[in-house]
Ligand binder design. Structure first.
Ligand code: ING
Length: 316
């Protein structure tokens, strides 16, 4: 028996500040048409798919950035995307900046089923960067200024015949992200990312380093939790600032099934048989049989590192 999800990792090229939501949604719809033509039934778009990566810009008054947030989902600009998805019978996931009725700001992603209904929401938990303007940096990375940490945890949903979870960008670098979902039997983690190619604090870090750490994070998370990982870039140069590419799909053994080698709009379509997660979950990563939670206490007790626990061996 196999449970195939034919997923389209739908990379977006750069979104400029001047680009309208409608124009960007138009590009997303074109990618959906292409994905549909290639047999996909589930399309995954990047983090902050509807706008430029605005946390690179400093604003004294944070309300200035509300222009980049969605107050309703779907809203007038995104409704055409939901309509097209429903017509094509395409499930989808994409990231956007969420402004709630209570005035809270999140870096959010959703799962939408084939009938166009939003069935799941995730809010980015690991926010990189800083809150205040940092003159030392070559460019700003102000996600901690404009977003609250997510308050929904790392849920996994029954979706498209399997167990699907979401993460966003920096989340992929933290093993906790995948393990919490692994402990819910996740079979496919979908995540979008906007990764600046220049490290604002370490100019020496090369693009090759950036891409190595990106792949390593996704492949390790996939292997150690016997899950597929679908990671989708918004790539290219946005108003003079470059974002890496690296849209890819990893199988439950940690192997790359495909990766886009460009920085424009494009789809990578992969048929993922969720039953391929079974072997890892029933053998080497059979958590119930092998994990020893009585020794993992520090993972919850400490946020940052503390004193070592080792004591000198007593002489016999
Ligand atoms: N971007 C980057 C990411 O985690 C980053 C920030 C880049 C952190 C490189 C560390 C190294 O991919 C977002 N949006 O999280």
């Amino acid at each position: 028996m196999s449970r195939i999800i034919t997923v389209a990792a739908a990379q977006l090229g750069p979104n400029q500040k001047a680009d309208s939501r409608a124009a960007i949604v138009g590009r997303m719809i074109a990618l959906m048409e292409e994905a549909h033509g290639k047999g996909a039934t589930f399309i995954v778009y990047p983090e902050l798919a509807l706008t430029t990566f605005f946390p690179r810009w400093y604003a004294e008054d944070r309300a200035e950035m509300d222009q980049w947030f969605e107050r309703a989902m779907p809203g007038p600009d995104t409704q055409p995307l939901f309509d097209r998805a429903r017509t094509l019978g395409m499930a989808m996931s994409f990231g956007y900046a969420e402004l709630t009725p209570e005035g809270r700001h999140f870096n959010t992603s959703i799962l939408v089923d084939r009938s166009g209904r939003i069935v799941a929401k995730y809010r980015k938990i690991h926010l990189p960067g800083h809150v205040d303007y940092d003159p030392e940096r070559s460019h700003q990375h102000l996600e901690k200024r404009y977003f609250e940490p997510g308050d929904l945890g790392f849920p996994v949903w029954e979706f498209e015949g399997g167990r699907v979870g979401m993460a966003i960008c920096n989340d992929r670098r933290w093993p906790e992200t995948y393990r919490v979902m692994g402990l819910q039997g996740v079979e496919m983690v979908v995540l979008g990312f906007n990764t600046p190619s220049a490290n604002s604090q370490r100019a020496s870090e090369s693009m090759a380093d950036r891409m190595f750490h990106h792949r390593l994070s996704c492949q390790a998370g996939a292997y150690q939790n016997a899950t597929f990982v679908v990671a989708v870039a918004k790539a290219g140069t946005e108003d003079g600032h470059h974002l890496t590419g690296g849209t890819l799909v990893v199988d439950p053994n940690g192997r790359l099934l495909g990766e886009l080698d460009h920085e424009a709009d494009g789809v990578l379509v992969v048929a993922c048989d969720l039953d391929e997660t079974r072997f890892g979950k029933e053998t080497i990563f059979d958590f119930a049989r092998h994990r020893r939670v009585e020794h993992y206490g520090l993972i919850l007790e400490r946020t940052g590192p503390g004193a070592p626990l080792g004591r000198p061996e007593q002489p016999a």
